[in-house]
Each structure stands twice: as C-alpha cells, then as structure tokens.
Design a protein around this ligand. Structure first.
Ligand SMILES: Cc1cc2nc3c(=O)[nH]c(=O)nc-3n(C[C@H](O)[C@H](O)[C@H](O)COP(=O)(O)O)c2cc1C
Length: 240
C-alpha cells in the first residue's frame, strides 16, 4: 500500500466504476479512517454517512456504488475544514486501490440534518473500471509560478490538489517562514470577499496535501490582520 504523501503524485478522479459493491472489509477500513481524520479547524463539528446510490440524486451518465455524505456545522470556513479532512480520505481510498471522486454537484435524495449540521458535499467511492492512479505527467494544473509569489517547490503538493472544475483557486504569498493562503476565484463575477463553498473545499484539499506531506511540522493560523491581496480572499497562514 502506498503512503498518502506518495498518492498525491499519482491520484486522479475516478468517474467510471464497476457495478459491484465494496466488500464490508473495505467499507470498514474507509469508515475507520474517516472517523480519525485530522481537522484543520477543530472547533467545527463534522460528520459523515456512507450511503448507497439510491439515496443520491444523480443525473450523471455514470453510476457509483457508494457515496460518503459529508455534514458540518455552518461556522466560518467550514468548507475549508471539510476539504482538508476529506481530501485525506480521497488519498486513503486511492491508496487501497479503490476509486473516488468529489461530487460537488451531487444532492441527497432525502432530507437530512444531523445535530445542527448541514449537508455539505458528497464523495463517490467504488471499484474503478480502469486504473485508479496515473503518472505525474497526467496532471492538468497551473505552473508553480502561477500559484505563488515565488517559486517554492514545497508547494508542489498543493499544486497537484483536485478542485471543482479544476479551477485551482489557491494562491500563496511568503513572509519570512510563514506562507499566507488566499482564494483567487475565477471569473469577474466571483465574490473574492466570500469564497464559494466549492472554492473553500478546493483550498482545503490543497492545504491537506501540504499537511500530509509535512505531518509533523504543518501549523495553521488565521491572522486577524493578514496582508491583503487584490482580487483574493485571505483563508489562513501556515508553516511547513
Ligand atoms: C470540491 C470539488 C467538487 C468537485 N465536483 C465534481 C463534480 O460535481 N463532478 C465531477 O465529475 N467532478 C468533480 N470534481 C472533480 C474535479 O473535476 C477534478 O478534481 C479536477 O478536474 C482535477 O482532476 P483530477 O482530480 O483527476 O486531478 C470536484 C472536485 C472538487 C475538489
């Protein structure tokens, strides 16, 4: 089994699945790992349910055997926290040789509220029809220079993160040994001041890759007066 930090360089979104359900041993592994995810913002309560496809409204041409429905308290930056936590699960699922994808457009077919938490997003999981991994050359991503104020190889794991519509809305600036993280939304009509829920999850995914690569040194803080950056919303700062 590959390590999660290695998965960053070969993972990919799987959209074509075998019809067969996962066996209970795999479902138990996923459930156990998901219960132990590291949060970015530990004060925000989250939860999840592993459900089958009959509970999801899916207009997509492909069928997915299982979904993970993710819930969170609606506190500031809850989307970033969800992305940070469940991108760790994306890497784990793929390290088992299984396929998965973030399904930002997915909706539950049932009404579900759990203890003041709202439904946030779905992830699909199952046996992939084709290989669940690829080589680094298979990634379509911005260049390192486009996502940071200086070329910094330590940001390579963030560069490779998945994002809704592959928008890659992250931007990083450096100040001594601190790196500030911003959301730089695409398109003139996007609200830089308040990143969309999907953009928040995207940024969480990028931060998760930095955490997984630097698990012992990654520290995240939200500064009250961060440097402002035109057209960007400040998310938080970290050391790695
Ligand atoms: C928050 C989020 C939402 C996403 N929503 C969808 C979706 O609704 N449908 C879909 O096919 N892919 C979805 N994706 C997958 C992205 O399209 C994919 O990550 C991106 O194109 C990069 O491809 P890769 O993951 O294979 O590297 C989503 C990804 C993220 C992070």
């Amino acid at each position: 089994m590959m390590m999660l930090s290695e998965m960053i360089h070969c993972r990919k979104t799987t959209r074509q699945f075998e019809k067969t359900a996962l066996d209970s041993a795999d479902l138990t592994k996923i459930e156990t790992f998901a219960r132990a995810l590291t949060p970015l913002l530990a004060h925000i309560k989250t939860d999840f349910q592993i459900i089958d496809s009959s509970l999801v409204k899916n207009m997509l041409p492909w069928k997915t055997p299982h979904y993970i429905a993710i819930f969170s308290e609606e506190k500031e930056n809850f989307g970033v926290n969800v992305g940070f936590m469940f991108q760790q699960l994306d890497l784990y699922v793929q390290s088992l040789g299984l396929g998965c994808y973030w399904f930002g457009l997915g909706k539950l077919a049932y009404r579900q509220d759990i203890e003041n938490m709202k439904f946030v997003v779905l992830m699909g999981v199952g046996h992939p029809k084709n290989s669940a991994i690829r080589s680094t050359s298979g990634f379509r991503r911005k260049r390192l220079e486009e996502i940071s104020d200086q070329r910094d190889e330590r940001l390579e794991p963030a560069r490779l993160a998945p994002s809704g519509k592959n928008a890659q809305p992250w931007f990083f600036t450096h100040e001594d040994d601190v790196i500030h993280c911003y959301c730089k939304p695409k398109g003139m009509f996007s609200q830089a001041a308040s990143p969309s829920q999907i953009n928040q999850i995207d940024i969480g995914c990028a931060l998760a890759h930095l955490y997984v690569t630097n698990p012992n040194t990654f520290r995240f803080h939200i500064f009250p007066n961060p440097p402002s950056k035109d057209g960007c919303a400040y998310i938080g700062s970290f050391q790695i």
